[in-house]
Design a protein around this ligand. Structure first.
Ligand code: TA6
Length: 302
């Protein structure tokens, strides 16, 4: 039996959701991070590094960290902003046979943080169904001045290590390549094929993307985010990340609905919403088998 000995311990207890059909997910109160999602009759879909927590001050490496109000190092705040490290309150939880929902919230007062003078309320609603999970992330401006912000749902999708990834459904748009530090034009057509370190900010939304690796396929449908980040360090980039094991670089890909170059503005009293629905399914066999070479023609001309 687990003993809860203090309020501090209670605040760290993760939130678990289940459906009657057997799906389950886990949300950490630290960062309101959805660190595990196992659909009914399925496997874990999200990646968590086994080195998470080994470096002081770094949030969990994996799950779906929420980025706000700054993306990466594009401002004076800590990398990816301020929500990843705070303890969120669980304000509601409910369960029906086919669906379970949790709502977490955190509030910041004005001038609580150097570099960010604006008060706001952040809320995350997670709704679990048998084969899907839906996240609704909202920010309310509780102050008296309009502010602009960047945001992302930094979704770490788990991969069978070493398997190339195909992303179907990308809307062609210019992208910023963070490795090359330059803007690029979109590829002509077809799925995006990834088997090497990649770090790109695409100027189009993840309206309906399918990430396929091996036999698994996850569909992402986002709303409210105009851009999409695609990042994986792959094998070659793992060693540079202190809280990632050297063999974990090709075990995840981050596909992140985002608002970065197209920052969002929020007037006093108003609310912005970003949404992400993930659906797990097995890929059709034709997409998982390697393309067959045509059989040699054994016919003899008569
Ligand atoms: O979203 C992609 C990215 O900005 C990458 O450039 C990479 O640095 C990644 O995020 C991880 O950031 P983190 O702060 O979690 O190490």
């Amino acid at each position: 039996m687990i003993k809860i000995s203090s309020l501090q311990t209670i605040s760290m207890v993760p939130v678990l959701l289940y459906t009657a059909g057997g799906a389950q997910c886990t949300i950490l109160r630290e960062g309101a991070n959805l660190v595990s999602w196992i659909p009914a009759n399925g496997e874990e879909q999200l990646f968590i590094s086994r080195c998470s927590g080994t470096v002081d001050g770094l949030p969990v490496r994996g799950g779906i960290p929420l980025v706000f109000p700054q993306f990466a190092e594009m401002g004076p705040l800590p990398k990816h902003g301020i929500l990843r490290n705070v303890i969120w309150d669980l304000i509601a939880i409910s369960s029906q046979p086919d669906c379970a929902t949790a709502t977490l919230q955190t509030e910041f007062r004005a001038y609580a943080l150097p570099g960010w003078p604006h008060p706001f309320r952040a809320r995350l609603v997670v709704e679990l169904q048998d084969h899907a999970v839906f996240l609704q992330f909202s920010i309310q401006n509780t102050g008296t001045r309009t502010f602009a912000f960047q945001s992302a749902m930094h979704t770490y999708l788990r991969l069978p290590g070493g398997t190339p990834v195909n992303i179907h459904g990308c809307i062609p748009a210019n992208y910023f390549d963070k490795q090359l530090q330059t803007w690029c034009e979109p590829a002509m057509s077809g799925p995006m094929h990834i088997n090497t370190a990649t770090d790109q900010i695409h100027q189009s939304p993840a309206t309906r993307l399918q990430c396929q690796a091996g036999a698994g396929r996850v569909t992402l449908q986002s709303g409210g985010f105009p851009e999409t980040v695609i990042w994986t360090p792959w094998r070659e980039g793992a060693a540079a990340i202190p809280d990632l094991a050297d063999d974990e670089g090709d075990q995840f890909i981050c596909i992140e609905p985002a608002a970065i170059y197209q920052a969002q503005e929020l007037a006093p009293g108003s609310q912005w919403q970003g949404r992400l629905r993930l659906v797990a399914e097995a890929a059709p066999e034709s997409e998982t088998k390697p393309v067959q070479e045509p059989e040699p023609d054994n016919c003899t001309q008569s």
